[in-house]
Design a binder for this molecule. Structure first.
Ligand SMILES: [Cu+2]
Length: 119
């Protein structure tokens, strides 16, 4: 997947594929994706609820704090809508030891997923 120039990730309702928004592994599907700098990511909201997509400071998923300078959908993504972000060097360097960026939904903070960024 890391060599694709664009990928699509889905946001799905609880129960689909056995996942649930009540757990940290819910809704963002897949929850762990390897991407290269320059890859265009499109998240498609296939769930019935509106969500946001916001990068998280550091690796603390228990009390996620927004890192809006990395990426932030800013507004709610309604059911059927999508949000697009192209992976930057800033994201690659954000957690310089791991090159991982966590992100979450600020409306449902248990929705957490991860990008593993390569060059
Ligand atoms: Cu949400």
């Amino acid at each position: 997947m890391s060599n694709q120039s664009s990928i699509t990730l889905n946001i799905v309702d609880p129960g689909t594929n056995g996942v649930t928004c009540q757990s940290q592994s819910g809704c963002f599907t897949p929850i762990n994706v390897k991407v290269k700098v320059g890859t265009k990511i499109t998240w498609v909201n296939k769930s019935k609820l509106a969500h946001t997509i916001v990068a998280v400071q550091g690796q603390d998923i228990a009390q996620p704090k927004a890192a809006s300078q990395i990426f932030d959908s800013k507004k709610q993504i309604a059911s059927g809508d999508s949000f697009t972000y192209t992976v930057t060097d800033a994201a690659y360097n954000f957690n310089s030891d791991t090159h991982r960026v966590l992100y979450y939904c600020s409306i449902h903070p248990d929705m957490v997923a991860q990008l593993v960024i390569t060059k």
